[in-house]
Ligand binder design. Sequence first.
Ligand code: AMP
Ligand code: GLY
Length: 421
Amino acid sequence: MKTLVIGTGGREHALALALAQDPAVTEVHAAPGNPGIAAVATLHDVDAMSGGAVAGLAASLGVDLVVVGPEAPLVAGVADTVREQGIAVFGPSRAAARLEGSKAFSKEVMAAAGVPTAGSRTCETSAEVEAALDAFGPPYVVKDDALAAGKGVVVTRDREAALAHAAGCGRVVVEEFLDGPEVSLFAVCDGTTAYALQPAQDFKRIFDGGRGPNTGGMGSYTPLTWARPDLAEVVLDSVVLPTLGEMARRGTPFVGCLYVGLALTPAGPRVIEFNVRFGDPDVQPVLALLDSPFGELLLAAAEGRLADVAPPAFRPGAAVSVVLASAGYPESSSTGDVITGVEAAAAEEGVDVVHAGTALDGDRLVTAGGRVLAVRAVGSDVADARARAYAAARLVTFPGLQRRSDIAAEPLGVVEGASLR
Ligand code: AMP
Ligand code: GLY
């Protein structure tokens, strides 16, 4: 099987590595890719936002499966164009990608499907926002209705700050605050059937202890030893399958990864958000433990025959990813800083280095984004994987490097965001 991964980040590097592990996968191509992905895949230039360009590349390479990594091309309908060319694609149609592209739409689908989630109101005017803030009370949760690359959500006790965020957005969703540890659950879906991957936790804030602004994710780990053992099944039954049913009923079946962001509240799991692709860095440790063929799984989902293949299996043990971010992140990022120590880190036992925002300047590896790379390690348990990840991460340096020191330091992960409560 020949595969093509679309995207440039840590998620795409982790996807390419997992595809390459599948004995049935003979070729991994990636576009546009990054210097880390180049070690495992053949890179090609492409405008990832152009369905025609992606479909053309897939056809010229003769690939059997296209995996679209990021949300923006999915929301723009890139998967539709690839599918229209008769090429199997893992990733939802433009219509189904609205589950991430519009917060108001996803809340509407959740309500119709009876999915447990935060109470919410969609607001168009400042008077509506004020009324909603007062109805739910603090901490206030205000979400931009549109895609905002992780910057659309403000959670604050400061009513003025909540109002100011809403004023800068246009249409917003104001929500009830969900209290409890956050979990990422990835469901591989073929439109009607779904398989859950092992749950993971993502550490979203920039500073230790869950302080500071939200980021795209500063580290992640799996398994969650403190969560109920049947969590994946409960979420499949109460969230994923009802959502697939509702999307199919609307004539827009969901094919791809439904990323369920959950809060484990005292009243049970509640959906914080849907995304329509794998999460990064959350998916990195999950794929490090995957012990079944990934290409076969994604191809079966893309072809609507997931029930014909075995559910994904996972190795015992644990995996941890620690993100190294550049100076200024998340408000800004620094580019062109020389990175050293990547080879030494990757040579450690059980460790690999997942590239996100890196580039080559001649033969030197340099920073090229906010989240630069992640050091990922597997180990016999969370403490062992964590120790290996941090030992290797300390070998990597670049000017202005930012790294949390408490990724997977249980039970700290459980109280991520606790400063707001
Ligand atoms: P989202 O982009 O929807 O994932 O939101 C970003 C982050 O804001 C989440 O990971 C949570 O930490 C936080 N958040 C979003 N919605 C809520 C909510 N209803 N209650 C508490 N925290 C939330
Ligand atoms: N790690 C969060 C995300 O991928 O959206």
